[in-house]
Design a protein around this ligand. Structure first.
Ligand code: SF4
Ligand code: SF4
Length: 132
């Protein structure tokens, strides 16, 4: 079941999840635009977009506790969870932002909280993978 969206939040003009992840179903590599994404407008096949696009929600949309600094267009981070894993995809154009407060300390806090359940945080930036 897709988690509820926090009141007042919406994707708006953010299209980060049409660029950062690799999506096999769309033959889309990581850090490249989906061929269906139109700059400044969004998905050109919105009514027919694949189910995985329909179902995806990032933590920014669903986590009450995240402040404005976590808005993907400001953080340049796409954060989402699967099981006990929190995945962070960092925009390749912003090498340092995710390494500094408030982001890295929060990644460490999430990882520390998840550790007892076998959980962790994993950050992908360009070819770099950091498991916290
Ligand atoms: S990263 Fe989050 S806010 Fe941005 S388009 Fe994707 S789901 Fe929406
Ligand atoms: S199909 Fe549409 S929603 Fe899915 S990644 Fe491409 S542009 Fe984004």
């Amino acid at each position: 079941m897709t988690p509820a969206i926090v009141e007042g939040r919406a994707c708006g003009t953010c299209t980060l999840c049409c660029r950062l992840p690799d999506i096999d179903d769309l033959n889309k590599p990581a850090d490249e635009w989906c061929r269906h994404c139109v700059a400044g407008q969004g998905c050109s096949i919105y009514q027919d977009r694949p189910m995985l696009c329909r179902d995806f929600v990032c933590h920014w949309l669903t986590r009450e506790g995240l402040g404005d600094e976590w808005a993907p267009q400001r953080s340049h981070l796409m954060v989402y969870g699967e099981g006990q894993q929190i995945t962070v995809l960092a925009d390749p154009d912003y090498p340092d932002l995710w390494r500094h407060p408030p982001y890295m300390p929060q990644f460490k806090a999430w990882a520390s909280n998840a550790e007892a359940r076998g959980g962790y945080v994993i950050v992908f930036w360009r070819d770099e993978v950091l498991k916290i």
